[in-house]
Design a protein around this ligand. Sequence first.
Ligand code: ATP
Ligand code: MG
Ligand code: MG
Ligand code: MG
Length: 470
Amino acid sequence: MNSAEIREKFLKFFESKGHTIVRSSSLVPGNDPTLLFTNSGMVQFKDVFLGTEKRNYVRATSVQRCLRAGGKHNDLENVGYTARHHTFFEMLGNWSFGDYFKHDSLVWAWELLTKVYGLPADKLWATVYETDDEAYDIWHKVIGLPKERIVRIGDNKGAPYASDNFWQMADTGPCGPCSEIFYDHGPDVWGGPPGSPEQDGDRYIEIWNNVFMQFDRQIDPKTGVATLTPLPKQCVDTGMGLERLAAVLQHVHSNYEIDLFQRLIKAAARETNITDLGNNSLKVIADHIRACSFLVVDGVIPGNEGRGYVLRRIIRRALRHGHKLGQTKPFFYKLVKDLVLEMGAAYPELPEAAERVEQVLKQEEERFGETLEHGMKILETALAKTPKKLDGETAFTLYDTFGFPLDLTADICREREVELDEAGFATAMERQKSTARAAGKFKMAAAVEYSGDKTSFVGYDSLAHDAKVL
Ligand code: ATP
Ligand code: MG
Ligand code: MG
Ligand code: MG
């Protein structure tokens, strides 16, 4: 079953259960300035859950383009390392706004997976929140899933309601337990069942999350104690990764082996003259062309802060992988045409914007191409001297003079099992700021993230506000 059929079957199934089909919204959330990117299907419905917006339907279904790179959900560092994480992916979802609840949600999920998609029931597992007997009983007594394959998952130690199986919109507000459905890819792949220490492996892969918004969480301002009170209208919010489901349905283990990705990988191989289609860099490039193209479609352009800097970082990571494969000329933008062939029908906004996407990517490739080449030489020279550690000064020079975002340098170090001196980087950054400050050229805004304390380096995301233009 190809990706197009998977999308259509999902939407048709929920339409037959009274859901209104809603189009994917933009990767740039229209209703939430605090959120960097749309990272799940529910984002466009947030105000409906909060009760501040009314729609003329109480059941909805969609296929939502999502991005998890930067911000609270960040899977950028997983790309190229797991079989199941992308920066850009599509989420199949269904929602109840104060209408049906746990029973229908789980029973329909099971019906869709086993009857419509035809998945073998004995390969499916479910998790429920530790105390959620209601969901447990639906899985066991109504659906008939054996107890051995239903796992109760509680809170992480010392953190109340901080669990993979307890969802909350924010520190306060709607929240509730969730029930995740896993598929067992079999003993050839390393990994343990949900809830076990080996869950992080790629054997048991989470395909679908059913969130039950059941409570309103409030925190007593005096004591800091959280209380949960039942919501007047209970809601359902589900999300299933299209690429993970496609992998199961196409009998492959990794998302990168599905039809859509294989063709993108072939295109990346064509543009980099690589014959080994299993090369990891090709996967990363295939992932990144989707993220970058759709970001441009949705109005983001490469820049030095916020969303624009996330886009720039992803493009530059892709270019670095191209460079690693020996491609020093612009190539990335040429994959846009292939992407249009793969995804243009599902997302008509992509072919409409394709020419602009190509231009934007090409320009960024030309801008970074030369400094990438020089920067890599400097990095190699430094590593020739100290093969186990990249010093902070060099990392800072790469960042400041050659336009290497710190996460790009970190990615190279990780790949080569080299330690990156982040503290040294922060020190070099701070020193430059003091110099600039003394020279009166320093913009106050840029100082915020580093707070003047050399040890308080707060991570790559903070750099999103503070990168140099090249
Ligand atoms: P995981 O634990 O595997 O990181 P998650 O619990 O973070 O997934 P959810 O937030 O529950 O994921 O999102 C709902 C569904 O979206 C997941 O069950 C999965 O199928 C899919 N999904 C989540 N993150 C990604 C990703 N980075 N790439 C591809 N699919 C994803
Ligand atoms: Mg995750
Ligand atoms: Mg999970
Ligand atoms: Mg989940």
